[in-house]
Design a binder for this molecule. Structure first.
Ligand code: HAM
Length: 428
């Protein structure tokens, strides 16, 4: 068919996930639901767009995300933004629905989500403008055990996905007591170096000096290697919290490295921050990142309730997942209809087999036998079921196991059991 119409392509930084690939996504989603439920997390689904102000207040107006990456538009007299991340929306929902009423000491609210996020970044491998995250948020637990347990959960999810080539990086960014002290020390250190640094760093030094560590200019990064670290200015409670998180991870036998330069690109973090990177991903090697954000719930109008969470990029997980185990299930069987009577009878038979839960493929028009057999192969069907006038009259059908080539006869009731046991009643 030829048309005169215009042709369109998915926009830069967006991708279609085609049926061949979607099986891996299903497996990732199923593993997430399964593993997170074991840790007491419940799913929450929030809107794709929110008030722009929500992200400016939480992620931070001096961050790259808010300054240059948000899809923001005017809707009536409201400024609206496609969510660039989902911690702020989840906290917004937590406050709006007063979910804190149900939490008790030692029993925080544990929420998780899956879905698309939007950031106007330069696309490259593992970096898109519409991408997907799996994330989890623990609200109402100040204990270091909450940090360690949540990290353990995502660590075991990675294990379940066959992602073994991974490194957990851990740091602390202090709190409202020690961070201002560090900020001062860093500002003092930066002052003489700023004239040689990039314009972004000059601006960051004034707005939010810790953001200089987001700098991507090689010369600046090199210089920053000498900068004082927060570890040197940590207050006692922050130091104790970090030590307890590390001890618990040790007890869980989860390996990590402490990276004193890890600051994360969002402003809401306090104390623990972490990332998991994977080799084989190239420059965008962060599979996931997160940390503690005590103070954010209050900042967004709620009570003083601590928080901890992380988010993982689903595209990046899919890139490194063990694809071999991807569940790209095709049809259980393809009905090969023989002649007009067979084709007519096949329609009813397909309906009743589908009602029993079988995945049945049926041509929508009469086709030659050879074409139907080829199609069975392409669809990855495990069985071919031959349906002609004689078969319908006798109530017995030929069922061919397409992997072994063995064919046998079954009546209608026997089709389901034969397909689920994988052969002539003998299993495989
Ligand atoms: P984030 O580090 O900005 O944190 O994003 C988390 C993960 O999302 C990254 O490690 C990466 O795998 C993936 N990701 C981010 N941007 C892109 C992109 N443009 N294309 C593909 N993947 C991407 C957060 O979003 C925080 N909300 C995490 C969090 C939850 N912290 C506490 N709770």
């Amino acid at each position: 068919m030829r048309g005169m119409g215009a042709r369109y392509q998915a926009l830069r930084g967006t991708r279609d996930i085609l049926p061949e690939e979607v099986g891996v996504w299903h497996r990732l989603e199923a593993a997430t639901h399964e593993v997170f439920a074991r840790y007491g997390f419940r799913e929450v689904r929030t809107p794709i767009f929110e008030a722009t102000e929500l992200f400016a207040r939480s992620v931070g107006s001096s961050t790259d995300i808010v300054r240059k990456e948000m899809y923001t538009f005017q809707s009536g007299d409201e400024s609206v933004t496609l969510r660039p991340e989902n911690t702020a929306p989840v906290v917004r929902a937590f406050v709006e629905h007063a979910l804190h009423r149900t939490i008790a000491a030692g029993y925080p609210e544990r929420l998780y989500y899956l879905g698309p996020m939007f950031r106007h970044e330069r696309p490259q491998k593992g970096r898109q403008r519409q991408f997907h995250q799996i994330g989890a948020e623990v609200l109402g637990a100040a204990e270091p055990l909450a940090d360690a347990e949540t990290i353990e959960m995502v660590w075991s999810l990675l294990g379940a996905l066959g992602i073994d080539d991974r490194e957990l990086q851990l740091n602390t960014v202090g709190d409202a007591v020690c961070r201002p002290r560090y900020r001062e020390a860093l500002t003092r250190w930066l002052a003489p170096k700023l004239p040689a640094m990039c314009d972004d760093c000059k601006r960051r030094a004034v707005e939010n000096p810790l953001r200089v560590f987001d700098c991507k200019v090689e010369a600046d990064r090199k210089m920053l290697e000498e900068a004082p670290t927060l570890a040197q200015s940590l207050c006692d409670p922050c130091a104790a919290h970090f030590a307890a998180v590390r001890q618990t991870l040790d007890a869980f036998a989860i390996p990590y490295v402490v990276d004193e330069r890890l600051v994360r690109g969002l402003d809401y973090y306090q104390r623990t921050v972490f990332e998991v990177v994977a080799r084989g991903l190239g420059a965008q090697n962060a599979l996931l990142g997160g940390g503690r954000y005590d103070g954010l719930v209050e900042e967004l109008g709620g009570p003083a309730i601590p928080g901890f969470g992380f988010a993982a990029g689903m595209e990046r997980l899919v890139l490194v997942m063990n694809k071999a185990a991807g569940d790209a299930r095709g049809s259980d069987l393809l009905i090969v209809a023989l002649g007009e009577a067979g084709f007519k009878g096949a329609i009813g038979l397909a309906r009743s087999l589908r009602a029993k839960g079988l995945r049945v493929a049926l041509p929508l028009t009469e086709r030659p036998l050879g074409a139907q057999m080829k199609r069975a192969e392409r669809l990855g069907a495990r069985f071919a079921l031959f349906v002609g006038a004689n078969e319908l009259a006798a109530g017995r059908f030929g069922l061919k196991d397409l992997s072994s080539g063995v064919q046998f006869e079954v009546d209608e009731a026997g089709i389901g059991p034969a397909v689920t046991t994988g052969g002539n009643g003998h299993g495989r």
